[in-house]
Design a protein. Structure first.
Length: 359
């Protein structure tokens, strides 16, 4: 009998991705299938260690032969910052409990296991096997692509709008999320200062003082930003967490999923995904488009003026998130990180976000 604290499908290092391990994964789906060989084709280390694995097996069914695997980061910096909020554990739980009822395009899960103090291992089908194209964090989306993502986010938000107080969703705002928020507030000032120093000219000097003042008041501001109608939000919707199949988008990387205000996803997405000129020219219409989709899904009593105002204030989070990512290091490709800092800085400057929060 397996110990509660151990599981044969949980691995901590790519070296453990053996034929025997892959056989245990695939036997969950088809006991007659035999794995002949495995081959690691790539390893990428960031907030998690992401591994592409080619699996040679004898199944003639539609069982994936290309797998995408996530294990805790091999970078001590990233592992330290993600351990307490248990980000990979959250994504494992999402695929076990929420994926089937979440109306977004997403990979198929092959195995999702987590044990306290032993780690987590998530095995998904590699989306490229279905001819999907994964995004890169520095991708620049068109306004037309942005509409497709906003439609999917609005559909997700409408599904759970004002329903997150149900018992099955309590974990999305439970002790782990509260610990993450408290940790973020406790470290906000030193991380903001370090991020600004490392970003240099990417963050206009006119924003420096107000950004640090925001960090000092982060806990209070987070409470303010949590006052809107609650739903389930992705909370990390930048271009690197998207994929495309025949111009249809999907969402990857659900380790930040939680309850929150839906417009926060739209703010994060637009601040990181469009070039500043396109975002500035189209963001008002795109927020209106989000409201339109919510209305078409049966969400009523939407205050357009208030949603636009909340959009402007929620732009602070992608700005902070990208600077914190830079401050910590080893969590994202450095050039992509800098690109997103520049975009997010432009978004809060154009929308007077820091002034809105001060008011």
């Amino acid at each position: 009998m397996l110990s509660f604290f151990n599981h044969p499908l949980i691995v901590r290092h790519p070296d453990q991705l053996t034929v025997e391990w892959a056989q245990k994964v695939i036997s969950q789906h088809c006991k007659k299938t035999i794995v002949n060989k495995v081959n690691i084709t790539s390893i990428d280390i960031g907030t998690t260690t992401r591994i592409h694995l080619k699996v040679d097996h004898n199944s003639t069914d539609a069982l994936a032969k290309q797998w995408f695997i996530k294990i805790p980061s091999l970078s001590w910096r990233a592992r330290t910052i993600t351990a307490l909020p248990r980000l990979l554990h959250t994504e494992v739980r999402f695929y076990n409990e929420l994926a089937k009822i979440t109306p977004t395009n997403k990979p198929t899960v092959l195995s999702a296991k987590s044990r306290f103090a032993k780690g987590s291992t998530l095995v998904l089908n590699d989306i490229t096997e279905q001819n999907s194209i994964p995004g890169h964090a520095s991708d620049t989306l068109s306004v037309e692509q942005a509409q497709l993502i906003i439609e999917q986010l609005a559909t997700l938000h409408a599904q759970f709008w004002n329903k997150t107080n149900k018992q099955e969703f309590n974990w999305l705002a439970g002790p782990v999320r509260q610990l993450e928020d408290n940790l973020g507030s406790a470290l906000a000032v030193p991380l903001m200062k370090r991020g600004i120093n490392k970003a240099k000219e990417l963050v206009p000097k006119t924003l420096h003082s107000s950004a640090i003042q925001y960090a000092r008041q982060r806990k209070k501001i987070m409470h303010f930003l949590a006052r809107g109608p609650q739903t389930i939000v992705h909370h990390d919707c930048h271009p690197g967490n998207l994929f495309w199949n025949n111009n249809k988008p999907g969402l990857l990387d659900w380790q930040m999923v939680r309850t929150g205000e839906g417009i926060s996803d739209i703010a994060y997405f637009l601040a990181t995904s469009l070039n500043p000129e396109d975002r500035k020219a189209s963001e008002h219409q795109l927020v209106d488009f989000y409201i339109k989709i919510l209305s078409s899904k049966g969400i009523t009593n939407l205050n357009s003026k208030q949603i636009h105002q909340r959009y402007r204030t929620h732009l602070i989070y992608p700005f902070e998130a990208m600077l914190v990512t830079l401050a910590i290091g080893d969590m994202m490709d450095i050039e992509a990180n800098k690109t997103l800092i520049k975009r997010a800085s432009s978004a809060i400057e154009d929308n007077n976000t820091l002034s809105e929060l001060a008011l």
